[in-house]
Design a protein around this ligand. Structure first.
Ligand code: FAD
Length: 341
């Protein structure tokens, strides 16, 4: 069989990281990324990029933990290499704070991040409205540089990037052996997945270089995430809202909430507000599917629906998607050698 041809649909974080894992695990494959938008025009460019997992109710916790651990280990190695600055990946320490002590004082990911511990009474004095908190060090991806870094690695490995809107996965069947669907919220229309819905998120970027520690209200509604050049302030979670325009009243509300947690932000310089649609589902769709039309088959791997936690688990899900692509290729090789007999 000639070099198997793989198309990855989508050039957000999930498409780019999945394409990279496919290249790494199947060097004989010819991989192309097809997408209607590239960085900086994806949801992934809007994200704060903090490695603090979101919980997917429909996925076993041990699987989510494995995805997070693989992602953390991969990015930790990058943060500890000469690539750290270009890739935008860095360690950041801070606090997750709660008005009431949560039922589970240690989340499932507490032994993956570094130095996880309850906050001391002295630390909690910084947050007089909160009675419990967790201190730890995690990783943050500054999203635009990380996406460009992934694109650069793909181009160096010979992956072709095409600007193309795919209306139906079937349109790719005569050109590619395997199609990998990483279309994020675009999968709602592309494969008619009605379980996949947007959760709109607005964030505000400010210049406040004195803010060095992250602060996250335990329910995730308000957060302050310092990056390399800017601080990301959030946020909102608006179910089934498809609007991509920033709302000035929401910007003011985010600034007010963040200033009440970190009063020094009153002196921050506003840079911009950004909006993204989290591709939300009960569980990430990560599976193989064989589509069939009039006796013709198309092998598909789905990897979408990462909701509020794509950065936290992307490498783990990309590795699994690449493994599923490997299974598809083994099946194709099996059928082509049987055909020769
Ligand atoms: P996208 O980035 O949307 O990429 C989808 C790609 O598919 C795009 O390139 C698009 O053009 C392409 N596409 C879609 N349909 C088609 C089609 N028909 N044909 C061709 N191409 C198509 N996660 C964290 O882990 N930590 C955080 O701190 C964090 N903060 C966030 C803050 C906000 C405000 C938001 C909105 C999200 C945040 N997230 C965070 C979640 C994270 O951003 C997402 O889980 C992740 O970006 C999803 O990536 P994706 O590649 O699936 O989607």
């Amino acid at each position: 069989m000639a070099a198997p041809k793989v198309a990855v649909v989508g050039a957000g974080l999930i498409g780019l990281s999945t394409a990279l894992c496919i290249v790494e695990t199947c060097p004989s494959c010819s991989v192309a990324v097809l997408s209607d938008q590239f960085s900086p025009n994806t949801t992934s460019n809007v994200a704060a990029g903090m490695l603090i997992p979101h919980t997917y109710p429909g996925t076993a916790i041990h699987v989510q933990k494995q995805w997070f651990k693989e992602t953390f280990t991969y990015l930790f190695a990058i943060s500890n290499s000469a690539e750290a600055s270009e890739s935008g990946i860095h360690l950041v320490s801070g606090w997750q704070i709660f008005k009431n002590t949560p039922k589970e004082e240690s989340p499932f990911w507490s032994d993956v991040v570094l130095g996880f511990r309850p906050m001391s009474k002295a630390e909690l004095q910084k947050f007089p409205q909160h009675q419990f908190g967790q201190a730890f060090t995690t990783l943050k991806c500054d999203c635009p540089p990380y996406l460009l870094w992934l694109e650069k690695r793909l181009k160096a490995a010979g992956v072709q990037m095409y600007t193309r809107k795919v209306s139906d996965l079937w349109e790719l069947h005569s050109e590619y052996d395997v199609v990998v669907n990483c279309a994020g919220i675009g999968a709602h229309h592309l494969v008619g997945d009605e379980k996949l819905l947007p959760i709109r998120g607005q964030v505000v970027e400010v210049h406040a270089p004195w803010v060095k520690n992250f602060i996250r209200d335990g329910d995730g509604s308000t957060y302050i995430y310092p990056g390399i050049h800017r601080v990301t302030l959030g946020g909102t979670r608006e179910k089934e809202n498809w609007s991509l325009s920033p709302d000035p009243d929401t910007t003011k509300d985010i600034l007010d909430r963040c200033c009440s947690l970190e009063p020094s932000l009153q002196g921050a310089q506003y840079v911009k507000a950004k909006v993204g649609l989290r591709p939300s589902r009960q569980s990430v769709r990560l599976n193989r599917e064989v589509l069939s039309q009039g006796g013709v088959k198309l092998l598909v791997v789905h990897n979408y629906g990462h909701g509020a936690g794509g950065f936290s688990v992307h490498r783990g899900t990309a590795k699994e998607a690449a493994r599923l692509v490997g299974e598809c290729i083994a099946a194709l090789r099996g059928s082509s050698s049987r055909a020769k007999l």
